[in-house]
Design a protein around this ligand. Structure first.
Ligand SMILES: [Mn+2]
Length: 343
């Protein structure tokens, strides 16, 4: 599914597959666009939507320059596409969102162990990402100039730690989930990341230059957000700020990706994809390229997950902790590919 990068400023829309709900709104003029977007974030219901295996789970609303009071120059943009391959043909336990106008993306992975108690942790993960999408639009979650951590190159961007805190506080489903949220500062190109558990991201600049660390209690038991007493809280999130440059590619995924594909394998896909997402004439081409890359990477993860022989990141980590596991690991697979582009 393509992200419409520059819709009319008055329009707003959302797509929430897990609620089987989509909607559009059209403000009567550019200022009314704010009203239309607010409606789209708050309105429930409209009409039914077919669930597709390859469906993207995200919301869109582009408010570039709509608020009018900011005249800063935006130098960086993040073009994203996602692919979700649930391991059964249902919704699975992963969820994600892409919010292009706030340059923020996130993934969550409901912890499968809840199934034994009859609880679908996918519901927790999906509520978490729903709430994250809403929290990204809360002006209180934008970095302002105060406090020692808020260095100049973070101002004006979504603060993913604040988003995670609000998101966590509002999520009431039973279950628990990992979560990783990334936000790119349009001016400085700094990527601000928070992560709880074993979802994560890699940054590629021709080759892999960064991989986020995993938080786990023990092998195959990640940190996880949840409402239970033994669950983790957002303040246990790992946090990092990374300087990106135009052309950089971020690959964000759940453990269904990270357990099944080595960074070097993703590198190969990116190289075969034409030296990066770029190479197109415009935003539309970039969207297409990121979508194709996300597809290729997700399909590689799917292929490897069924492989019972070859080493995988999961089997290597198992070996280090003296567990016996050969090959890949069948799992829900979420991949978001984002490229930083110069404006
Ligand atoms: Mn998983």
């Amino acid at each position: 599914m393509l992200i419409v990068k520059k819709p009319r400023l008055e329009d707003s829309l959302f797509i929430f597959p897990e609620k089987q709900t989509i909607g559009v709104a059209d403000g009567v003029d550019a200022r009314a666009g704010d009203y239309a977007r607010e409606q789209m974030m708050l309105t429930e219901a409209t009409l039914s939507l077919l669930m597709l295996k390859y469906v993207n789970y995200y919301g869109i609303s582009d408010n570039n320059n709509c608020y009018g009071q900011e005249t800063k120059t935006n130098l960086h943009d993040m073009v994203c596409e996602s692919v979700y391959l649930p391991k059964d043909n249902k919704l699975g336990e992963d969820a994600h969102f892409i919010c292009p106008d706030k340059q923020t993306i996130g993934v969550a992975d409901g912890v499968g162990g809840w199934a034994k108690k009859g609880i679908d942790a996918g519901r927790y993960a999906r509520e978490l990402m729903n709430n994250a999408f809403i929290a990204v639009h809360n002006p209180n979650n934008i970095n302002v100039q105060k406090g020692k951590r808020k260095v100049a190159d973070m101002i004006g961007a979504v603060d993913p730690r604040k988003v995670l805190q609000e998101t966590y506080a509002k999520t009431k489903e039973k279950g628990s989930s990992t979560a990783c949220i990334l936000s790119l500062n349009k001016e400085s190109g700094v990527l601000h990341a928070v992560n709880v558990g074993d979802s994560g991201f890699l940054l590629f600049r021709n080759k892999v230059v960064y991989q986020s660390p995993t938080q786990q209690r023990r092998f195959n038991c990640p940190y996880q957000l949840g409402n239970g007493i033994s669950s983790d809280r957002p303040d246990s999130a790992w946090e990092e700020c990374i300087q990106t440059i135009p052309g950089d590619i971020v690959v964000l995924g759940t453990d269904g990706l990270l357990d099944n594909v080595f960074p070097s394998e993703i590198e190969k896909v990116l190289v075969q994809g034409g030296g990066g997402c770029g190479g197109g004439g415009g935003d539309h081409d970039l969207d297409l390229a990121c979508g194709a890359l996300a597809s290729s990477i997700a399909n590689l993860a799917l292929y490897n997950s069924f492989d019972k022989q070859n080493p995988s990141p999961f089997s290597e980590n198992a070996r280090k902790t003296r567990f016996e596991h050969k090959g890949g690991k069948i799992n829900d697979i979420t991949v978001i590919v984002a490229q930083v582009v110069a404006l």
